[in-house]
Design a protein around this ligand. Structure first.
Ligand SMILES: [Zn+2]
Length: 150
């Protein structure tokens, strides 16, 4: 990762942190994501499982929904997902389905995580209908992201 890339990712992560505080303020898990295409923010996702009483309203899925709507296409292989926390197993399925090829993460999620749990779906290479797994960049503003959950 070059210095320019790192500061670019930190900039997007700051946006995620701002959105995650909205989630936290309304009682949801303090998680948020953005989707970037050609250096332009095209979609935001704010964790809303509690607010909407719908577990599929995780930040990453909300961001994907908004990106698909905005771009009017389901192939997001030219997009980057930036997210405060490691995508969970459920969100990993959605990320793989939509062919996202770069995922930038703040803090890891452990037991339910898409790459650090016992079910690393985000990196799976055995499902033949999926394209290659995304590259993962971890630890962008990690301390700030982890501190949200305190
Ligand atoms: Zn999730």
């Amino acid at each position: 990762m070059t210095g320019t890339e790192k500061s670019e990712f930190q900039g997007w992560m700051k946006k995620c942190l701002e959105l995650a505080r909205i989630a936290k303020a309304r009682g949801d898990s303090p998680v948020a994501s953005v989707i970037v295409q050609d250096n332009v923010l095209i979609a935001e996702g704010i964790e809303g499982g509690k607010t909407h009483k719908d577990i599929t309203c995780h930040a990453e899925i909300e961001a994907v929904r908004n990106a698909v709507k905005y771009l009017d296409k389901t192939d997001l292989s030219d997009c980057i997902l930036v997210t405060t926390h490691e995508p969970c197993i459920m969100c990993s399925y959605v990320i793989r389905h939509h062919k996202i090829q770069l995922v930038v993460v703040g803090a890891d999620s452990g037991e339910v995580g898409g790459y650090s749990s016992a079910y690393p779906l985000l990196l799976d290479e055995t499902i033949s209908s999926w394209v290659k797994p995304p590259s993962i960049i971890r630890g962008i503003l990690q301390e700030e992201c982890a501190a949200l959950k305190k």
